[in-house]
Design a protein around this ligand. Structure first.
Ligand SMILES: NC(=O)c1ccc[n+]([C@@H]2O[C@H](COP(=O)([O-])OP(=O)(O)OC[C@H]3O[C@@H](n4cnc5c(N)ncnc54)[C@H](O)[C@@H]3O)[C@@H](O)[C@H]2O)c1
Ligand SMILES: [Zn+2]
Length: 366
């Protein structure tokens, strides 16, 4: 086991560590045991990740005296549902989990969001640990305590802010991730560069080949930097009253595209990639930034094999309707995170639907 980087999410009594390294799964029991009172653990995983890694996690936990129940859900966004949450809650009740028991999320963002949600409501909240295995989960969803399930009428509509006790990022797990999901995570990586860190954006531009090939050093570097940025923002604004909203860059249109495609078309990061390009274009149209921002963002996303143009098969009205269901809509106005330059964004709370519809309309025409 090698711990390459340790970071802290500073939230006073709810502070926790993010450990990034290799061989961490085999040692997870030792790391989790001091952080939880009981010795009963549910490992929530999915049908792709479970067969690869749950035995390793289970063994390590059992070595520390844990009694482990592995719960395997079908892989995919459709598992992030109320029904699936209820099924897991039933398993916890059947196994008489109590307030000192814990839930361990072993998987991508779907497993993390779902298992975290379950942990947040089971007996008013039990301990929860994140072991993210997709790039997207390692750079974004496992840190910060946003947990949720989707509703037919909107993504992440039922959820909570509920922080984990620990985030264990084992870089070895990335080797089995499908290339499309690797690229999907890179969209959120690019996002951090645009919103906070121009130097990081340049680093990404200069290391595209190594990053696409999942070079260990490059992976460690980008994951550590994204976690550092996310940890800083979450420590400043845990419940998204202010600066944390900047992490939603690309997400207003992104969520609209995801929902309009009924989660069957774009992956989350792919939809966000298109959303980031369109938000940059809108910002330039409004005179907030140079047109070059869009050009550079789109070029980097293309190098990471991500889409930069909305899928013409989607219906504009459906995308707009989906967007209006977003949590970020306030008084019928859309909230957009718009770049002023690479590394700097602004939260704009009164973007008109008509202007965004016109922007998307053009996108669908060409
Ligand atoms: N909570 C947050 O702050 C936050 C932030 C961003 C995204 N999200 C959510 O995260 C979800 C997307 O996460 P995701 O992209 O990780 O999706 P996912 O959990 O569906 O994982 C992607 C795919 O990769 C597979 N997989 C994961 N790790 C693997 C590994 N190591 N080896 C082989 N296969 C592996 C999964 O089984 C799945 O098929 C969305 O629901 C999104 O809303 C949440
Ligand atoms: Zn996202």
């Amino acid at each position: 086991m090698t711990v390459l980087k340790e970071l802290e999410v500073a939230l006073e009594a709810r502070s926790y560590q993010i450990e990034i390294g290799t061989g961490l799964l085999e040692q997870c029991g030792e790391k989790i045991a001091p952080l939880v009172k009981g010795r009963q653990a549910a490992v929530v995983t999915d049908s792709n990740v479970g067969p690869l890694y749950s035995a390793m996690v289970q063994k390590s936990l059992e070595q520390q005296g844990f009694v482990v129940t592995v719960v395997t859900i079908p892989a995919g966004e459709s598992s992030k549902s109320w029904q699936q949450a209820e099924q897991i809650l039933t398993v916890l009740l059947e196994h008489r989990f109590h307030r000192d028991s814990c839930v361990i999320a072993l998987g991508g963002g779907v497993v993390g969001d779902l298992a975290g949600f379950v942990a947040s409501v089971y007996q008013r909240g039990i301990a929860f640990v994140q072991i993210p295995t997709s790039l997207l989960a390692q750079v974004d969803s496992s840190v910060g305590g946003k947990v949720a399930v989707n509703h037919a009428l909107g993504k992440n509509m039922i959820g909570a802010f509920y922080q984990p006790r620990l985030v264990l990022i084992d870089l070895d797990t990335l080797q089995t991730l499908e290339q499309r999901h690797w690229q999907n995570g890179l969209a959120e990586v690019v996002k951090y560069g645009v919103i906070y860190d121009a130097e990081f954006f340049r680093y990404l531009q200069q290391h595209t080949a190594a990053i696409l090939q999942r070079d260990l050093q490059a992976a460690a570097e980008i994951i550590a930097n994204c976690c550092r940025l996310k940890a800083e923002v979450v420590a400043l604004d845990e419940r998204e009253g202010g600066v944390r909203a900047k992490l939603n860059y690309g997400h207003t249109i992104g969520h609209g595209l995801e929902l309009a495609g009924h989660y069957q078309g774009y992956l989350h990061g792919e939809a966000v990639a298109v959303g980031m390009v369109l938000a940059a274009r809108y910002a330039a149209q409004k005179g907030m930034c140079d047109a070059e921002v869009e050009t550079e963002v789109a070029a980097l996303l293309r190098q990471f094999m991500l889409p930069t143009k909305a899928d013409a098969a989607l219906a504009l009205t459906e995308v707009m309707d989906s967007m209006m269901l977003d949590k970020k809509v306030q008084d019928g106005k859309l909230v957009f995170i718009l770049p002023e330059a690479l590394g700097r964004v602004k939260i704009i709370k009164d973007v008109s639907q008509e202007e965004i519809a016109a922007l998307l309309q053009k996108e669908f025409e060409v």
